[in-house]
Design a protein around this ligand. Structure first.
Ligand code: NAD
Length: 482
């Protein structure tokens, strides 16, 4: 059994969870300890105890720790990528790319540890100087989803540690392997014992235990809108006062194709955005909004490309689309395909359950689905499916397309394919989302710039890049007399 890391010690749980390979459900990767509420309390206590030392560590110490962790992740990207593909089901190139991204993020925040600055201002009163400085917030709870098993933990853990905070990390139940491997690397660094803790466990048990603990100063969460709301509600009524919150939640992202688009690029962007990583990305485009003049040609070309997608074992080089992560998500995908038909949409490609892969393995296989003749009020266009299911909506032109993009309770990312500078410029300004893509897929972002959304997709300061400092530090204003 792989244990949790609490206060610098590896501790088994009274219960454990099997990590199942979604490409081959007979393959149990390993068994992982589940932390109970008492162990969560110990982890929170250990993090609080380590805070004194780590919060006062020098920028050089933090740089060395983070840089070393990043270097090891990068050096082991093939091995860790194989584990990630095996437990989550994204293809090997995607998984190795994700691991490399995690390494780059640790290295980026190693540099940021050296660059944390402040401001000195003259006071409005004579003989007084004002200093604005940043300090770590304390113990940070980190709760992550299953769809990026190492990159999302990395983009929360690295800035938390870089700015001098201590961490209690709870990964998603479906992907403990990558979290444990990352923890094992962190545990061998020069961090003080207790500065980083791993508590694998059930969200409904570990989450509230973390949130109700008086040692918690801030909680950063990525996951569904429903869980994010539950966390926000619990935070509001916490006896110990409200922790700082950062919530990154769902997406129902749109990708617009105008008549003047380069059709090959439009189809490439649609395939990439809607179906790669099995559609299991918060930045996936599940609503394709297509102008009348290019609609039929675009749909024909897209369906043709979809037919050539190999659905198979994540670790087979011939595979384009890996399996769905687990039985529960597979059922959700199938439910939405049935709902789309009930709502009157036309299923023009895919949507079938495949019991076996192209390689004959038994797993959670599902052929990417495309609906046409849809309109935005349909539930398949309003609710996040989180699988390889996309819809097409036919529009007269740009203005109608923009109105549909913004007709959503979520606002993570929006994309447009056009050769019109006027429309691209207008879209960048008027799409009500945190990120906009012009002539590139909606999924695929950089790590040195902010990431996050608007409306129901996000709450709190942005993640990633140097904007991460806003969540992981608190500002202090000092007045110094002459
Ligand atoms: P989820 O909300 O079911 O779970 C996310 C995490 O929350 C897991 O670790 C889970 O154990 C934990 N959790 C469950 N109940 C909890 C509770 N009561 N208190 C505290 N924690 C609890 O989401 P998921 O199915 O793992 O991930 C898919 C979702 O994540 C999708 O909605 C997707 O859009 C979203 N996501 C968003 C982003 C982003 O940056 N916006 C990135 C990736 C995924």
């Amino acid at each position: 059994m792989k244990a949790n890391l609490i206060g610098g010690r590896w501790l088994d749980g009274t219960q454990a969870l099997d990590n199942v390979n979604p490409s081959d459900i007979g393959d149990i990767i390993d068994t992982y300890a589940l932390a109970d509420t008492a162990q969560v309390a110990c982890a929170m206590e250990a993090a609080a105890a380590a805070f004194g030392e780590w919060s006062l560590s020098t920028p050089q110490q933090r740089f060395d720790v983070l840089d070393g962790i990043g270097a090891e992740i990068l050096a082991r990207k093939a091995e860790l990528g194989d584990l990630l593909a095996r437990e989550e089901g994204k293809t090997l190139p995607e998984a190795i790319g994700e691991v490399a991204r995690a390494g780059q993020i640790f290295k980026f925040f190693a540099g940021e540890a050296l660059r944390t600055g402040g401001e000195t201002l003259p006071s409005v009163r004579p003989d007084i100087r004002v200093e604005v400085t940043r300090e770590p917030i304390g113990v940070v709870g980190i709760i992550t989803p299953w769809n990026f098993p190492i990159a999302i933990p990395a983009w929360k853990i690295a800035p938390a540690l870089a700015y001098g905070n201590c961490v209690v990390f709870k990964p998603a139940e479906a992907v403990p392997g990558s979290a444990w491997a990352l923890t094992e690397i962190i545990a061998r660094s020069a961090l003080p014992a207790g500065a980083f803790n791993l508590v694998m466990g059930q969200g409904a048990e570990v989450g509230p235990a973390m949130l109700n603990d008086a040692n918690l100063s801030g909680l950063t969460f990525t996951g569904s809108v429903a869980t994010g709301r539950r966390i926000a509600a619990a935070a509001l009524t916490r006896d110990a006062g409200m922790p700082k919150l950062q919530l990154e939640m769902g997406g129902k992202n749109a990708f617009v194709v105008l008549n003047d688009a380069d059709i090959d690029n439009a189809v490439h962007c649609a395939i990439q955005s809607a179906f790669y990583s099995t559609g299991q990305r918060c930045t996936a485009a599940s609503r394709l909004i297509v102008a009348d003049g290019i609609h039929d040609k675009f749909v024909r070309a897209l369906v043709e490309k979809m037919a050539a997608l190999n659905v198979g074992d994540a670790r087979d080089p011939a595979t384009h689309i890996g399996p769905v992560v687990d039985e529960r998500q597979l059922e959700q995908d199938l439910r939405y395909v049935a709902l789309g038909k009930e709502e009157g949409a036309t299923l023009v490609s895919g949507g079938e359950l495949l019991r076996t892969s192209t390689q004959g393995k038994r797993g959670h296989y599902f052929r990417p689905a495309l609906f046409t003749e849809t309109h935005n009020a349909m539930r398949i266009n309003q609710e996040e499916i989180f699988g390889p299911v996309a819809t097409v909506q036919r529009v007269k032109g740009y203005e109608e397309a923009l109105a549909i993009v913004n007709d959503s309770s979520l606002g993570l990312v929006a994309g447009i394919c056009t050769t019109s500078l006027r429309h691209a410029t207008h879209f960048k300004r008027h799409a009500q989302t945190g990120m906009v893509m012009v002539n590139v897929p909606t999924a695929g972002v950089d790590y040195h710039v902010p990431f996050g959304g608007r409306k129901g997709s996000s709450y709190g300061p942005r993640e990633q890049g140097r904007y991460a400092v806003d969540f992981y530090t608190t500002v202090k204003t000092s007045y110094i007399g002459a």
